[in-house]
Design a protein around this ligand. Structure first.
Ligand SMILES: [Zn+2]
Length: 233
Protein backbone atom coordinates (compact mmCIF):
# COMPACT_ATOMS: atom_id res chain seq x y z
CA UNK A 1 0.00 0.00 0.00
CA UNK A 2 3.13 2.16 -0.07
CA UNK A 3 2.29 3.57 -3.47
CA UNK A 4 -1.16 4.86 -2.51
CA UNK A 5 -0.56 6.07 1.05
CA UNK A 6 0.87 9.32 2.39
CA UNK A 7 3.47 9.52 5.19
CA UNK A 8 0.94 9.42 8.03
CA UNK A 9 -0.93 6.48 6.52
CA UNK A 10 2.32 4.59 5.90
CA UNK A 11 3.37 5.19 9.50
CA UNK A 12 0.11 3.76 10.85
CA UNK A 13 0.39 0.71 8.60
CA UNK A 14 4.06 0.22 9.53
CA UNK A 15 3.10 0.25 13.18
CA UNK A 16 0.75 -2.70 12.64
CA UNK A 17 3.21 -4.54 10.36
CA UNK A 18 5.99 -4.14 12.95
CA UNK A 19 3.78 -5.67 15.63
CA UNK A 20 3.19 -8.63 13.30
CA UNK A 21 6.90 -8.96 12.52
CA UNK A 22 7.73 -8.93 16.22
CA UNK A 23 5.06 -11.59 16.70
CA UNK A 24 3.28 -9.45 19.28
CA UNK A 25 0.02 -9.75 17.37
CA UNK A 26 -1.24 -12.12 14.70
CA UNK A 27 -1.85 -10.94 11.13
CA UNK A 28 -5.61 -11.45 11.63
CA UNK A 29 -5.45 -9.20 14.71
CA UNK A 30 -3.55 -6.51 12.79
CA UNK A 31 -6.11 -6.82 10.01
CA UNK A 32 -8.98 -6.25 12.45
CA UNK A 33 -7.21 -3.06 13.64
CA UNK A 34 -7.05 -1.98 10.00
CA UNK A 35 -10.65 -2.95 9.24
CA UNK A 36 -12.23 -1.27 12.26
CA UNK A 37 -9.61 0.95 13.91
CA UNK A 38 -10.37 2.17 17.43
CA UNK A 39 -8.36 3.58 20.34
CA UNK A 40 -7.81 0.25 22.05
CA UNK A 41 -7.65 -3.27 20.61
CA UNK A 42 -7.16 -5.79 23.34
CA UNK A 43 -5.79 -9.12 22.11
CA UNK A 44 -4.65 -12.22 23.93
CA UNK A 45 -0.96 -11.29 24.10
CA UNK A 46 -0.88 -7.59 23.35
CA UNK A 47 -3.01 -4.45 23.40
CA UNK A 48 -2.79 -2.15 20.40
CA UNK A 49 -3.47 1.51 21.14
CA UNK A 50 -4.18 3.82 18.24
CA UNK A 51 -4.31 7.60 18.49
CA UNK A 52 -6.82 9.77 16.63
CA UNK A 53 -4.47 10.46 13.73
CA UNK A 54 -3.66 6.78 13.28
CA UNK A 55 -7.35 5.86 13.30
CA UNK A 56 -8.04 8.55 10.70
CA UNK A 57 -5.11 7.41 8.54
CA UNK A 58 -6.12 3.76 8.64
CA UNK A 59 -9.71 4.62 7.72
CA UNK A 60 -8.52 6.75 4.81
CA UNK A 61 -6.10 4.22 3.40
CA UNK A 62 -8.73 1.47 3.72
CA UNK A 63 -11.19 3.50 1.64
CA UNK A 64 -8.50 4.06 -1.01
CA UNK A 65 -7.70 0.34 -1.12
CA UNK A 66 -11.37 -0.60 -1.46
CA UNK A 67 -11.89 1.84 -4.30
CA UNK A 68 -8.82 0.65 -6.21
CA UNK A 69 -9.50 -3.06 -5.96
CA UNK A 70 -13.22 -2.65 -6.64
CA UNK A 71 -12.38 -0.92 -9.92
CA UNK A 72 -9.74 -3.48 -10.77
CA UNK A 73 -12.11 -6.45 -10.57
CA UNK A 74 -15.02 -4.60 -12.25
CA UNK A 75 -17.16 -5.22 -9.17
CA UNK A 76 -17.09 -8.98 -9.56
CA UNK A 77 -15.67 -11.69 -7.30
CA UNK A 78 -12.05 -12.17 -8.34
CA UNK A 79 -12.48 -15.96 -8.35
CA UNK A 80 -16.04 -16.87 -9.40
CA UNK A 81 -16.82 -13.63 -11.28
CA UNK A 82 -20.31 -13.31 -9.84
CA UNK A 83 -21.35 -9.66 -9.60
CA UNK A 84 -21.02 -7.75 -6.35
CA UNK A 85 -24.22 -7.18 -4.45
CA UNK A 86 -25.87 -10.34 -5.74
CA UNK A 87 -26.89 -13.26 -3.57
CA UNK A 88 -27.16 -11.07 -0.46
CA UNK A 89 -23.48 -11.73 0.14
CA UNK A 90 -21.18 -9.43 1.93
CA UNK A 91 -17.94 -8.63 0.18
CA UNK A 92 -14.68 -8.80 1.99
CA UNK A 93 -11.20 -7.68 1.08
CA UNK A 94 -9.49 -10.93 0.28
CA UNK A 95 -5.84 -11.82 0.82
CA UNK A 96 -4.80 -13.85 -2.20
CA UNK A 97 -1.84 -15.29 -0.30
CA UNK A 98 -3.32 -15.79 3.15
CA UNK A 99 -2.12 -13.68 6.06
CA UNK A 100 -1.26 -16.58 8.34
CA UNK A 101 1.16 -18.17 5.83
CA UNK A 102 2.41 -14.87 4.39
CA UNK A 103 2.34 -12.41 7.33
CA UNK A 104 4.56 -9.90 5.50
CA UNK A 105 1.95 -9.66 2.74
CA UNK A 106 -0.84 -8.54 5.10
CA UNK A 107 -0.76 -4.93 3.90
CA UNK A 108 0.63 -5.40 0.39
CA UNK A 109 -1.78 -4.00 -2.18
CA UNK A 110 -0.85 -6.53 -4.87
CA UNK A 111 -1.99 -9.28 -2.50
CA UNK A 112 -5.47 -7.82 -2.04
CA UNK A 113 -8.63 -8.27 -4.04
CA UNK A 114 -12.35 -8.75 -3.47
CA UNK A 115 -14.05 -12.12 -3.16
CA UNK A 116 -17.59 -13.21 -2.47
CA UNK A 117 -18.25 -14.92 0.81
CA UNK A 118 -18.69 -18.33 -0.83
CA UNK A 119 -15.24 -18.22 -2.43
CA UNK A 120 -13.73 -16.65 0.67
CA UNK A 121 -15.00 -19.38 3.02
CA UNK A 122 -14.25 -22.28 0.67
CA UNK A 123 -10.74 -20.94 -0.02
CA UNK A 124 -10.11 -20.66 3.71
CA UNK A 125 -10.77 -24.34 4.11
CA UNK A 126 -9.39 -25.78 0.90
CA UNK A 127 -6.28 -23.62 0.41
CA UNK A 128 -5.35 -21.22 3.23
CA UNK A 129 -5.80 -23.44 6.26
CA UNK A 130 -4.59 -26.69 4.73
CA UNK A 131 -1.82 -28.26 6.75
CA UNK A 132 0.06 -28.81 3.53
CA UNK A 133 -0.24 -25.28 2.11
CA UNK A 134 0.11 -25.11 -1.63
CA UNK A 135 -1.01 -22.06 -3.57
CA UNK A 136 -1.88 -23.41 -7.00
CA UNK A 137 -5.16 -21.64 -7.78
CA UNK A 138 -5.41 -18.50 -9.93
CA UNK A 139 -3.73 -15.33 -8.71
CA UNK A 140 -5.97 -12.59 -10.13
CA UNK A 141 -3.31 -9.95 -9.40
CA UNK A 142 -0.39 -11.72 -11.05
CA UNK A 143 1.35 -9.95 -13.91
CA UNK A 144 -0.47 -10.24 -17.22
CA UNK A 145 -3.27 -12.28 -15.65
CA UNK A 146 -6.35 -12.79 -17.81
CA UNK A 147 -9.28 -14.64 -16.27
CA UNK A 148 -10.46 -15.97 -19.65
CA UNK A 149 -7.12 -17.65 -20.28
CA UNK A 150 -7.57 -19.65 -17.08
CA UNK A 151 -11.31 -20.19 -16.75
CA UNK A 152 -14.09 -19.84 -19.30
CA UNK A 153 -17.14 -18.26 -17.70
CA UNK A 154 -20.72 -18.16 -18.90
CA UNK A 155 -23.62 -16.56 -17.08
CA UNK A 156 -27.13 -16.69 -18.49
CA UNK A 157 -30.14 -15.21 -16.78
CA UNK A 158 -33.79 -15.08 -17.72
CA UNK A 159 -36.86 -14.50 -15.52
CA UNK A 160 -37.07 -18.19 -14.69
CA UNK A 161 -33.59 -19.62 -14.90
CA UNK A 162 -30.10 -18.69 -13.93
CA UNK A 163 -27.19 -20.62 -15.37
CA UNK A 164 -23.60 -20.31 -14.33
CA UNK A 165 -21.04 -22.40 -16.17
CA UNK A 166 -17.27 -22.59 -15.84
CA UNK A 167 -14.77 -24.23 -18.15
CA UNK A 168 -11.34 -24.59 -16.59
CA UNK A 169 -8.62 -23.99 -19.15
CA UNK A 170 -5.21 -23.61 -17.48
CA UNK A 171 -3.71 -25.72 -14.72
CA UNK A 172 -4.43 -22.98 -12.15
CA UNK A 173 -7.93 -22.68 -13.59
CA UNK A 174 -8.48 -26.40 -13.03
CA UNK A 175 -7.22 -26.18 -9.46
CA UNK A 176 -9.51 -23.19 -8.83
CA UNK A 177 -12.51 -25.03 -10.26
CA UNK A 178 -11.77 -28.04 -8.08
CA UNK A 179 -10.65 -26.39 -4.82
CA UNK A 180 -13.19 -23.53 -4.80
CA UNK A 181 -15.93 -26.04 -5.66
CA UNK A 182 -17.24 -24.33 -8.77
CA UNK A 183 -19.17 -27.44 -9.84
CA UNK A 184 -21.26 -27.19 -6.68
CA UNK A 185 -21.62 -23.46 -7.24
CA UNK A 186 -23.02 -24.16 -10.73
CA UNK A 187 -25.50 -26.66 -9.30
CA UNK A 188 -26.74 -24.50 -6.45
CA UNK A 189 -27.12 -21.40 -8.66
CA UNK A 190 -29.24 -23.36 -11.14
CA UNK A 191 -31.33 -25.11 -8.49
CA UNK A 192 -31.97 -21.84 -6.62
CA UNK A 193 -33.42 -20.32 -9.77
CA UNK A 194 -35.58 -23.37 -10.57
CA UNK A 195 -36.89 -24.09 -7.11
CA UNK A 196 -38.31 -21.26 -4.99
CA UNK A 197 -37.97 -23.16 -1.73
CA UNK A 198 -34.28 -23.86 -2.30
CA UNK A 199 -33.81 -20.30 -3.60
CA UNK A 200 -35.24 -18.68 -0.48
CA UNK A 201 -33.38 -21.13 1.77
CA UNK A 202 -30.09 -20.13 0.10
CA UNK A 203 -30.95 -16.46 0.52
CA UNK A 204 -31.58 -16.98 4.22
CA UNK A 205 -28.31 -18.90 4.59
CA UNK A 206 -26.43 -16.10 2.77
CA UNK A 207 -27.86 -13.51 5.17
CA UNK A 208 -26.70 -15.52 8.18
CA UNK A 209 -23.30 -16.21 6.59
CA UNK A 210 -22.46 -12.51 6.37
CA UNK A 211 -22.97 -12.16 10.08
CA UNK A 212 -21.34 -15.44 11.15
CA UNK A 213 -18.24 -14.96 9.00
CA UNK A 214 -17.55 -11.53 10.46
CA UNK A 215 -16.20 -12.94 13.71
CA UNK A 216 -13.49 -15.54 14.34
CA UNK A 217 -15.66 -17.03 17.10
CA UNK A 218 -18.45 -17.96 14.69
CA UNK A 219 -16.36 -18.60 11.58
CA UNK A 220 -16.53 -22.36 12.00
CA UNK A 221 -20.32 -22.20 12.06
CA UNK A 222 -20.25 -20.08 8.90
CA UNK A 223 -18.11 -22.72 7.15
CA UNK A 224 -20.52 -25.46 8.29
CA UNK A 225 -23.57 -23.55 7.03
CA UNK A 226 -21.91 -22.68 3.73
CA UNK A 227 -20.97 -26.31 3.24
CA UNK A 228 -24.60 -27.27 3.87
CA UNK A 229 -25.72 -24.78 1.22
CA UNK A 230 -23.42 -26.34 -1.38
CA UNK A 231 -24.70 -29.80 -0.48
CA UNK A 232 -28.23 -28.66 -1.40
CA UNK A 233 -27.01 -28.60 -5.01
ZN1 LIG B 1 -16.80 -15.85 -5.62
Amino acid sequence: MKTISDDKERKALNKLQTLINKKLIKPTEAWSCFSKPKSEHEFKNHTVNLNENEIKSLNEVRQKVKKIIKQKISKRCAYCKRAMGQHGMSWNIEHIRCKSKHPRMTFILSNLTYACLDCNLVKNNAVDNKRNYIFDIIDPNSKGFRYGENIGFLQLSTDSIHVLKYKPISKAGNKTYEKLRFRELEHIELLSSLNDTIGSLCERIDERLSYLASSDDTLELAVFLQNMKFKLG
